[in-house]
Structures are given as C-alpha cells and as structure tokens.
Design a protein. Sequence first.
Length: 107
Amino acid sequence: MTAPATTGNVQALPHRVSFRGLEIELARCTPANRQAVQATEADAAANPLADLEALEERVAAEAAARLAGDLLRDQRPNHDIEDALCDLRVYLDEHFTQRKLIRLYGR
C-alpha cells in the first residue's frame, strides 16, 4: 500500500487558515480557489475575491451615503445616525462574508 501523494492531498492541508480577514478551511475550497488562496502568499494579484471586495467597498460607500443623507434630511439625532450606520456595516460585513465563503467553497 502506498502513501497518498502530498500534491493535491486535501487531507494534508491545514484545518483552518486566515485569508483576507476570513478563517477558511482550504479542504472545503474548490481546487482552483485553493490554488489561488495559496498563490496569494507569493502574488497578491491571484486573489480570487478581488471582484467581491471591490463590490463590497462600492456598495458599502453608496449605502452609507444614502442612509446618512436620508437620516440627515429627516433631522434624526446624531446618535441615531451613528447607530444606523454601525448596524448597516455589521449587516454588510456579514452579507459579504457569506458571499466570499460561498465563492471560495464553490456553493
């Protein structure tokens, strides 16, 4: 009986790794995304999440501007505006975290 080759051996991968602020399981990633994640250590341009990160920044900026503008127009107190913006950030962070994991895991 032979030992499994280390190249492509999903079981030999670290259980969890930190990637772009996410804790991911390399073994759950699609093969292409697993290679891209590992390649980003040497080449940041290999980031498989670059388009989602750009979308996240644009959506967050547009949503925050619109929300703040609406609340200011309605003459809401500053603490209400701050609370609403914090809630928006938490919601968008969770939303985009899920989208990134879906992308990486191929689901």
